[in-house]
Design a protein around this ligand. Structure first.
Ligand SMILES: Cc1cc2nc3c(=O)[nH]c(=O)nc-3n(C[C@H](O)[C@H](O)[C@H](O)COP(=O)(O)O)c2cc1C
Length: 268
């Protein structure tokens, strides 16, 4: 007859529960420190990749002549300039290659609150200076690339608008970061939709910001067609976000004074 198995004593049971908890604690400590060190170690690489992606998008709207070279090499022919948003004048006491307008907006000494009645892009604050990118051809300005950002339906959408040298005609637009819904709000990434912006005008005859995303299709015989871009059905709210960020950034509190200077021909 087999001998009955001895039942574990209460002390042994307590020891095995304690051991299980101890092992779980050690495993979770090891895993969390692995994850934390990976995050810290990979941070510089992530920042570098984000910067590269931004530059790739700037190059995409810069209309540089075809040429060899990687992103960094091609980016060297683009001239970043810092602009005082209040006066619209260039500022030369700041190193444009190091200036980050999104970080500067968090610095209370170098930023201003956006008055709520004009904060349609839901920025809260903006830096008192901005970074613009000039593309020259034969020494003359060919394109002016302006960073823009503002809230869509779910996220802040970050992009660039490239203007022709007249400071009014849109040459191209690109969004390099947003969290709008794939298949709905992400139409802003689609080449066909971006193409609709080319040749559109930002300012009307009175100098008001007239560009907007319309709900539905723009009819060719609409007298304001040159200021309107087709919206996308089922994703009107993201389109409204794009209208809002254009309204803010091209308005008086945004690039308005700078572009007026530029259109007045006083650009140096
Ligand atoms: C899960 C979910 C995700 C959505 N994502 C977006 C979006 O990214 N952008 C957007 O404009 N609308 C999005 N919508 C739809 C909006 O809630 C809204 O119905 C739509 O923008 C209205 O556009 P319409 O007037 O052309 O129908 C989403 C809806 C749901 C249920």
């Amino acid at each position: 007859m087999p001998e009955p198995k001895p039942t574990p004593s209460a002390a042994a049971r307590r020891e095995s529960v304690a051991r299980t908890l101890w092992v779980a604690l050690v495993v979770s400590l090891v895993c969390s420190s692995l994850v934390a060190s990976a995050a810290v170690l990979l941070k510089p690489k992530q920042v570098e990749n984000a910067q590269l992606e931004m530059r790739r998008n700037i190059l995409e709207v810069a209309d540089l002549p075809e040429g060899a070279g990687g992103i960094e090499e091609r980016f060297e022919s683009i001239e970043p300039r810092v602009v005082d948003l209040e006066t619209g004048a260039y500022v030369d006491d700041v190193d444009a290659s190091q200036f980050n307008p999104i970080e500067a907006a968090r610095d209370p000494n170098h930023s201003v609150a956006v008055p709520p009645e004009i904060d349609v892009a839901r920025l809260g604050r903006r830096a008192d200076r901005a970074l613009v990118y000039l593309v020259r051809r034969h020494g003359e300005i060919h394109r002016i690339i302006l960073p823009v950002w503002g809230y869509g339906l779910w996220s802040t959408m970050y992009g660039f608008v490239a203007l022709e040298s007249d400071g009014n005609t849109i040459a191209d637009i690109t969004f390099y970061s947003h969290g709008e819904t794939p298949g709905l709000g992400d139409f802003i990434d689609e080449p066909d939709w971006r193409a609709l912006w080319r040749g559109k005008q930002v300012f009307d005859e009175s100098g008001d910001v007239a560009i907007r995303v319309k709900k539905g299709r723009v009819s060719a015989d609409d007298p304001r067609a040159r200021f309107l871009v087709d919206g996308v059905s089922g994703a009107t709210l993201t389109g409204n976000g794009v209208t809002n960020l254009m309204q803010y950034w091209f308005g008086e509190h945004g690039y308005g004074p700078y572009l007026r200077e530029l259109r007045g021909g006083t650009e140096s």
